[in-house]
Design a binder for this molecule. Structure first.
Ligand SMILES: Nc1ncnc2c1ncn2[C@@H]1O[C@H](COP(=O)(O)OP(=O)(O)OP(=O)(O)O)[C@@H](O)[C@H]1O
Length: 316
């Protein structure tokens, strides 16, 4: 990776009607990074990404993407973008080859036949070009959709919840492929609600109600959120959960399988509650743990709703 960001934007703002759906967002994306955008439904992730890549004109702010101005050189950026949407973006009633050819036409590729043949070979689908795309399994559809939007060799790939509804093996294969692309220098922007997609990302931005609440390397996000966490297992966890939820120092109790993860930002106050619990009830096993992305995001989601979700906030 070089030091020059693939994307650098400042103050990006978008207003639809009387609603500010993206509010003064700054962002730097290193080249070749896999950059995840997380946040609740309708929080402005897709709108932010589309503005960053020249696909949508901002109402405020400025920046560069792949060395081009997002306001004045959008067509040049678009030529370098591959876009794979959440919904299967190929035509089920066209064959695999026809789908690839259609995408190659959209990008006005020269030597279309050769490009499509190569894509089919790379996918291992040489003998199946005439099969209807709609008859492929979910995992294969997804591989085909990805290959189709990479045929023009974009430097930037946009993925919108790319593995929604795909089985775990296909998800893993898909992310292996994304990592290979990222190693080759393709910058990848991923919009998602899914934790197992988020943990694949090198960098994460959390967007809520049009505002960027936090961003940075994925590994640093839990520390930035500042939560301390204990795990507890033992009998009657539901009762324990209810009892802990109202205690000062406990800001979050989340169930993870047969454990509760109990978190708070005030380390001493949290430790005091737990010491008291241990004394009162010796049947539970308590253990301090590192706060992980999932706990951090549950916390961000809840605090964002408290701070911005009320009527009159930017999301309303
Ligand atoms: N073209 C448009 N015209 C009017 N409102 C829009 C338009 N595009 C998006 N919105 C609104 O802007 C808000 C942000 O939408 P956006 O798609 O960016 O959110 P998101 O975080 O990507 O959501 P999701 O996770 O559900 O895909 C939503 O309230 C949406 O309804």
């Amino acid at each position: 990776m070089t030091d020059t960001p693939a994307i650098s934007v400042r103050g990006l703002t978008k207003v639809f009607g009387d609603k500010t759906v993206v509010d003064a967002v700054d962002m730097d994306v290193p080249p070749g990074a896999i950059y995840g955008f997380l946040g609740p439904n309708g929080s402005g992730k897709t709108t932010t990404i589309r503005m960053m890549c020249g696909l949508l004109t901002p109402d405020g702010g400025a920046g560069e993407c792949l060395g081009y101005d997002i306001l004045t050189e959008a067509p040049k950026i678009k030529e370098n973008v591959g876009y794979m949407t959440q919904k299967f973006s190929l035509y089920g009633d066209l064959t695999i080859r026809e789908n690839l050819d259609f995408m190659a036409r959209m990008y006005r590729l020269k030597n279309r036949r050769k490009v499509v043949d190569k894509t089919l070979t790379d996918l291992g689908l040489e003998g199946r070009g005439d099969q209807l795309a709609g008859t492929l399994s979910g995992g294969w559809k997804q591989r085909l959709a990805l290959a189709a939007c990479m045929q023009h060799q974009p430097r930037l790939l946009l993925l919108d919840e790319p593995t929604a509804g795909v089985d775990p093996k296909a998800r893993r294969d898909f992310w292996d492929e994304i990592r290979r692309l990222s190693k080759r220098g393709v910058t990848v922007l991923v919009s998602t609600h899914y934790m197992d997609e988020a943990i694949q990302c090198d960098f994460i931005a959390y967007i809520a109600y049009g505002r960027k609440l936090i961003d940075g390397p994925a590994a640093e996000i839990p520390a930035k959120v500042g939560l301390h966490t204990w795990r507890v297992d033992g009998p009657d966890l539901t009762e324990l959960e209810d009892a802990l939820a109202s205690r000062p120092g406990v800001e979050q109790v989340a169930r993870f399988g047969a454990q509760l993860h109990v978190s708070g930002t005030d380390e001493a106050a949290l430790a005091a509650v737990i010491a008291e619990e241990k004394k009162k009830n010796g049947t539970h096993r308590w253990q301090k743990k590192d706060t992980e992305l999932e706990e951090a995001f549950i916390y961000l989601m809840a605090t964002a709703a408290d701070n911005f979700g009320a009527p009159g906030g930017p999301g309303e």
